[in-house]
Design a protein around this ligand. Structure first.
Ligand code: HEM
Length: 238
């Protein structure tokens, strides 16, 4: 689970923690696996493919939020940066485009994209790559001094469905983050984005495959790591 950003992991893990699957056989099921099951089950609940998740991950000895920093691309990332960062973990550019489709569900804090609405400095103003109507709507929800907890849905049309509207939004210049909209600026990724808007099945299949692959990144096996008795607490015993 190294590459999934923490908001999403915590979001889906909350669903998983209370699922029958997590409660059953609790002592033999590692928390790292629970996270992967939770992601799969949460997606299935909102319309995603119920893909097969291989089990057997062991848990880390420590959990340090700062350790994710170097692994997570910023919302301002270009396609090249995304390709480089995810590529370093073994994911292809096509897999990144598919995984980005996770932004069809969930919410973002205003602070994650407000630079696209109110930038300062030599290029002050609104991001010209963003649809003007969308900019106005976002400015209403996110004034220049928004309440710290203000959020907006990342897919403005169907925020609670796992569908291809995230990609349709990008085609309409309504990608929320620069890293979303950047997928339209590159010829190869743009073709994939447009392709998904016409073929939901291929998005669902590619997303499921990429999630399984991502779930195998940095997996601890054998005697590495530990098996946590409490998911929130790192334990040193194996
Ligand atoms: C491509 C690079 C990615 C970038 C730059 C990125 C960036 C972000 C940002 C900035 C937020 C909003 C955080 C906030 O302000 O609260 C967010 C939310 C989210 N991301 Fe990503 N993300 C990326 C990839 C992914 C991937 C691969 C997944 C899952 C497979 C994912 C799933 C989510 C979900 C579900 C949320 C919403 C969380 C919530 O509702 O609380 N993201 N992402």
């Amino acid at each position: 689970m190294l590459m999934v950003d923490w908001p999403s992991v915590m979001h889906i893990a909350n669903v998983g923690k209370f699922s029958h699957r997590a409660r059953r056989d609790r002592r033999q099921r590692q928390d790292a696996d629970v996270f992967a099951f939770a992601a799969r089950d949460a997606l299935a609940l909102v319309g995603g493919n119920a893909y097969q998740v291989p089990a057997g991950r062991r848990d880390g000895n420590v959990s340090v939020a700062q350790e994710t920093n170097g692994n997570l691309p910023p919302p301002s990332a270009s396609v090249n940066q995304l390709t480089q960062m995810f590529g370093a973990k073994g994911l292809t550019q096509a897999e990144i485009v598919a995984l980005s489709g996770a932004h069809t569900i969930g919410e973002s804090h205003c602070s994650s994209f407000s630079n696209r609405l109110y930038s300062s400095g030599p290029n002050a103003g609104q991001d010209p790559s963003m649809d003007a109507g969308y900019v106005s709507k976002l400015m209403q929800r996110c004034p220049q001094q928004p309440a710290q907890q203000s959020t907006v849905p990342m897919d403005a049309v169907t925020p609670n469905s796992f569908d291809t509207n995230y990609y349709a939004g990008i085609v309409a210049n309504r990608g929320l983050f620069s890293s979303d909209q950047a997928l339209l600026a590159d010829q190869t990724t743009a073709a994939q984005v447009v392709g998904y808007t016409n073929n939901s099945d291929s998005f669902q299949a590619d997303f499921a495959d990429a999630m399984v692959k991502m779930g195998s990144i940095g997996v601890l096996t054998g005697t590495a790591g530990t098996i946590r008795t409490n998911c929130r607490v790192a334990s040193w015993s194996t």
